[in-house]
Design a protein around this ligand. Structure first.
Ligand SMILES: C[S@@+](CC[C@H](N)C(=O)[O-])C[C@H]1O[C@@H](n2cnc3c(N)ncnc32)[C@H](O)[C@@H]1O
Length: 269
């Protein structure tokens, strides 16, 4: 499974749903309590998991503009069926270049899930300034924050996690990625731009029975560690074998750190 494949996005979705921070979600929903409609732009929508997670927290009449550069994912995202009057429009766009066009028109909310750790500092700065110039609220969820806690522990876990975090900072199409520092950087940028920010953790808590996602994560982390050449490949292979044996024995659990935030321009709260 590749990083953005429909199969991987489907596998992670139930973990994302459980992980989304309820306080941050409530803060977002409270903005719409006395409204009867919401117009939302979801950046890097993938197969539509943000619409599925947020739709029941928004007024019944919703218009979503779903933005991604993967046409196959956009088609999946727009095929969802929702209760209420929910309209979904696909916007095929490479967000690494001229993303400002998606902020034109009537918008009540910008959303993004599992996007900000992919972007660079200059991209985040441009994004935050554009949003602040339009005084738009932002809900950004599931930004990876660098924490990987595995149980039972293994002597190589820290070295692998450090290699993974090094890989997270490589270019994901937007310039050198912020990776684990993305959420903290975004929160302080929005605060500096006059926003009030509600934030909290949205960690994946992956249980011993969740074999499939554990095996996918382990393979992904081992590949990342190999790519950055931080450790001898034989050490990585041996670590992977030991960890997969723990998964097979039904004793492996994982916590993967993420952060959610909701940022609103102070005057409209
Ligand atoms: C980790 S996935 C998250 C998808 C979705 N938001 C979710 O939470 O399931 C990252 C998404 O970013 C999209 N993406 C990556 N680079 C992009 C770019 N340059 N322009 C637009 N979308 C991009 C991918 O196609 C993918 O759908």
């Amino acid at each position: 499974m590749s990083g953005f494949s429909a199969e991987w996005l489907a596998l992670r979705e139930s973990h994302d749903v459980r992980a989304r921070n309820p306080v941050v979600l409530d803060a977002m929903a409270s903005l719409f309590k006395s409204r009867d409609a919401a117009s939302v732009v979801d950046l890097a929508c993938g197969a539509g998991s943000t619409v599925r997670a947020l739709s029941s927290h928004l007024p019944a009449r919703q218009h979503w503009r779903l933005v991604d550069n993967d046409q196959r994912l956009l088609t999946l995202a727009c095929s969802g069926k929702y209760t209420g009057d929910v309209r979904l429009d696909a916007v095929p766009l490479d967000l690494s270049s001229n993303f400002e066009v998606v902020f034109d028109g009537t918008i009540d909310l910008i959303t993004a899930s599992a996007l900000l750790d992919l972007v660079s500092e200059p991209w985040l700065d441009r994004f935050a300034r554009n949003i602040a110039a339009r005084r738009l609220p932002v809900y950004a969820a599931l930004t990876y924050d660098g924490r990987i806690d595995l149980s039972p522990t293994d002597q190589l876990d820290m070295a692998i996690a450090s290699a993974v975090n090094g890989h997270q900072r490589t270019d994901k199409g937007f310039g050198p990625a912020l990776g684990p520092s993305a959420a903290a950087a975004a929160i302080s940028k929005f605060e500096a731009l006059g926003y009030s920010v509600v934030h909290g953790s949205s960690d994946w808590l992956i249980g011993a029975a969740d074999h499939e996602i554990q095996l996918e994560l382990l393979d992904g982390w081992a590949n990342a560690a190999r790519e950055v050449e931080a450790l001898p490949h034989r050490d990585i292979d041996n670590w992977l074998t030991r960890r997969k044996n723990e998964v097979g024995a039904g004793v492996s659990t994982m916590r993967v750190g993420h952060v959610d935030f909701f940022a609103t321009p102070i005057a409209i709260r």
